[in-house]
Design a protein around this ligand. Structure first.
Ligand code: PLP
Length: 421
């Protein structure tokens, strides 16, 4: 054990060559004359050169609308788009590319399920189970459905140490439960939920499960067949890919049952004013021109992390999170929320000699002046903030390019701010 802790104290180079390390050009930037320490990866990750190059190449050499042209460029763009779908399929180990829907991100993926599953499979009085640690994007779509269909939302609480209360969860199922929608990893607490067990529990009640994997896909291997989830959503920009692209995975038997989400080009079979038929999967859910440029960028990003290895990334970030936790806990007045260690650390800090927390916005703003980018606020998880009895936190969230030096800079920055109060 001592050996383990000792090894954690050894310098930890980043997986990509350190701050400013070659692959991520933006990390060489100076902010207010200081080297950028980017610790807001839970919000979005920076992009490796290979992703930037792929996007540039698409616009320089390929650009044409997909699935619509007989001409050379359209065929090439279509091939790259469909190859990207295959890359995503392999990355999450889906059975078939028909189960991979490109969306704008996690938010759109969850809204798609809420709208279409709600339309096809839920009636007034039916219930969906969510948890107290959900991001707003896995709360509000169900509330919109509630307005339309008068469904009920049942909420699994968390324990004081920031885990799902698995004693309460089984009691929330009723004959009216139609779906369980749950985050894999909390974007505030860093809690990794035992989703495989939760899915098995839900399936024992005949209830399908949607997993919000926005904060897990960037940090660990996610295998939809091993999990046996029915739906899974994630965003490209949180896994080193471009903005504007995300994924909805759905088991084919569910996607077949659901109606289209939006109407328009490409999602149709035949259109007449009398009767319109719909396209096959996955195109039934991809109305209009998709962001094929971003899809290609996402595929390159997924190849990039696969090349490093998701296991290696998880191990590295675990070590970095442990180091960060140990260092932060040594700061007087530090209060960390959620079970450690994790690459997502939310905290508040009491002022010197004071019991009250320094406002998270003040702390974040002053850290920014030192070149340290952290997130402040409620992190789109207001119900969780209510449960914790706070308005917000400061969140440091790590990625594969962060280093021990970044942690040291954060700790030194917090120390400096604390002395100012
Ligand atoms: N779910 C979780 C757990 C998140 O952390 C986020 C974003 O922070 C989202 C959903 C929404 O992701 P996006 O804004 O990319 O759709």
């Amino acid at each position: 054990m001592k050996q383990d802790i000792e090894s954690l104290r050894q310098p930890l180079p980043s997986l990509t060559g350190g701050v400013g390390g070659g692959s991520f050009p933006i990390l060489s930037r100076q902010i207010y004359g200081k080297p950028l320490v980017y610790l807001d990866n839970g919000a979005t990750t920076q992009k490796p050169q290979c992703v930037i190059d792929a996007i540039t190449d698409e616009y320089l050499n390929v650009n044409a609308n997909v699935h619509r042209g007989v001409h050379y460029l359209s065929q090439e763009a279509t091939r790259l788009y469909e190859e990207a779908r295959e890359t995503v399929r392999a990355f999450i180990n889906a059975r078939s590319t028909t189960e991979i829907i490109f969306t704008r991100g996690t938010t759109e993926s969850i809204n798609l399920v809420a709208a279409t599953f709600g339309q096809a499979c839920m009636q007034a009085g039916d219930e969906v189970i969510v948890t107290e640690m959900e991001h707003h994007s896995n709360i509000v779509p169900w509330q919109l459905l509630q307005l339309r269909k008068d469904i009920k939302i049942r909420v699994c609480p968390i324990t004081d140490d920031g885990r799902l209360d698995l004693d309460v969860l089984p009691t929330l199922f009723s004959p009216n439960t139609k779906l369980l929608a749950c985050t894999h990893v909390s974007n505030v607490l860093g809690t990794v939920n035992p989703v495989k067990d939760i899915i098995a529990m839900a399936h024992a009640h005949g209830v399908p499960v949607l997993i919000d994997a926005a904060q897990s896909v960037p940090h660990m291997a996610v295998d939809v067949q091993a999990l046996d989830c029915d739906f899974l959503a994630f965003s490209g920009h949180k896994v080193y890919g471009p903005t504007g692209i995300g994924v909805l995975y759905g088991k084919e038997q569910w996607l077949e049952k659901l109606p289209p989400y939006m109407g328009g080009g490409e999602m149709i079979g035949k259109v007449s004013f009398e009767r319109t038929t719909f396209n096959v999967l996955p195109y039934k859910f991809e109305a209009g021109t998709p962001d094929y440029v971003a899809a290609r960028g996402l595929a390159v990003a997924l190849d990039f992390v696969s090349g490093i290895g998701m296991g290696k990334i998880a191990e590295y970030e675990h070590e970095l999170g442990t180091y960060a936790y140990e260092q932060l806990m040594q700061i007087e007045g530090m209060h960390i929320y959620g079970p450690a260690p994790s690459p997502v650390i939310s905290f508040n800090l009491a002022a010197e000699g004071g019991a009250a927390f320094i406002h998270h916005l003040d702390l974040g703003t002053l850290l920014d002046r030192l070149g340290i980018a952290v997130r402040t606020g409620h992190h789109c998880a207001e119900p969780l903030m209510h449960r914790l009895g706070i308005e917000g936190t400061v969140r440091a969230s790590f990625a594969l390019y962060n280093t021990k030096e970044d942690v040291d800079a954060l700790v030194a920055g917090i120390d400096r701010v604390r002395k100012m109060f």
